[in-house]
Design a protein around this ligand. Sequence first.
Ligand code: ADP
Ligand code: NA
Length: 332
Amino acid sequence: RFTPRVFSGIKPSGGLTLGNYLGAIKRFVQMQGGGFETIYCVVDLHAITVWQDPKELRSATREVAAGFLASGIDPEKSILFNQSQVSQHAELAWIFNCVARLGWMNRMTQFKEKAGKNAEAQSLGLYAYPSLMAADILLYHATHVPVGEDQKQHVELTRDIAAKFNHDYKVDFFPMAEPVIEGPAMRVMNLRDGTKKMSKSGESDMERINMTDDADTIARKFQKARTDAAPLPESVEGLDGRPEARNLVEIYAALADITPAEVLARYPGAGWGTFKPALADLAVERLSPISGEMARMMADPAEIDRILARGAERARAIAQPVLSRTLDIVGM
Ligand code: ADP
Ligand code: NA
C-alpha cells in the first residue's frame, strides 16, 4: 500500500567518520535508484540536542551535505535537504510527543549512554530525540530506514509510535518502517576502545577515522589502533572475544565489499605489521576521492546551499500533505 521509500539522516555534530560512511552513507548510495524513492537529511534539529557552536553547526551542516554528495548521492535521484528548513518535522514531532509514552523513552539505551550519570543535566530535546526521529521517518511515510546498529531501537520506537497513533485514532495512516541494518560495518568501533562505537563526537581524534583525514593521518591512526598481540585467525570464529581485531577485519571487509571470512583468507595468519598498513592503504584508496570532492564542494558553499534549498522544496511537497492529514485526524 505504501510506496517503497527510504529515509535516513546524519547529524551535523562534527566531522563525518568512517563509521558514518560504512554504516550509513555508503548504503544510502547503494539504495539510491534500487526501486526506492530515497530521501536523505542533514538532521540539524537532532544535532542541537547537545550544545553546538552556531558557526560550527552551519559549517558542519554543509560538510555533511558535501559528504553525501561526494559519496555519490545524486540530488536528482534522491531528495537531499536540511531538516530545519522543513518545519513540518518539528510540528509532527510535537504530535508524536503526545503519542509516545514516558516509559518508552525511559527504555532508550542511547539516551542512557549519552547522559551517563548526569541525566538531570541533559536537554529535554536529547530525551525526546527518538520522537523527532519518528517524525522524520513518518512524515514521508518511509518504509525502509538504513541505519547503523546504534539506531535500531529508535526505529523500533518509530514503529511503536506509528502503531499507537493508528490505534488511538482508528486509522491506518502511518506505515511500519523497517530498519535496514546489514553488512559487516553496522557497528564500527572506536580505534582506541573496541567496546565503544566510533563516533564523530568522541573524546579524542585518534579514536576515529574522519572522512576528511589525509593519507598520513589515516595510516597513523590505524597504526596506533589498539589490538591484542595475536595474528589474524584462520576463521571468523577466531575473532570471538577479540573485539579490536574483529573491528579492523570488519572495516576492511566493508571497504573492500567482501566478507570478513574473505579478508582472513586474503591475509592468512598475518600479523598487525602487515594487516594495518594494508587496511590503511585500502581506506585511503576509498576515502581520498571522496574527501577531495568534499574539499572542492566546501569551497563553494553557495552551491551546497542551493542544492539543500531545492531538496527542502521537494521534501515539503511530500511532508505538508502528510502533516495536514495528521492534524486533521487529530481534530485540528
Ligand atoms: P554519530 O553517532 O557519529 O554522531 P549520527 O548519530 O549522526 O552519528 O548517525 C548517522 C548514521 O551513522 C546513523 O545511521 C548511525 O547509525 C550511523 N553510524 C554512526 N556511527 C556509526 C558507527 N560507528 N558504525 C556504524 N554506523 C554508524
Ligand atoms: Na548516533
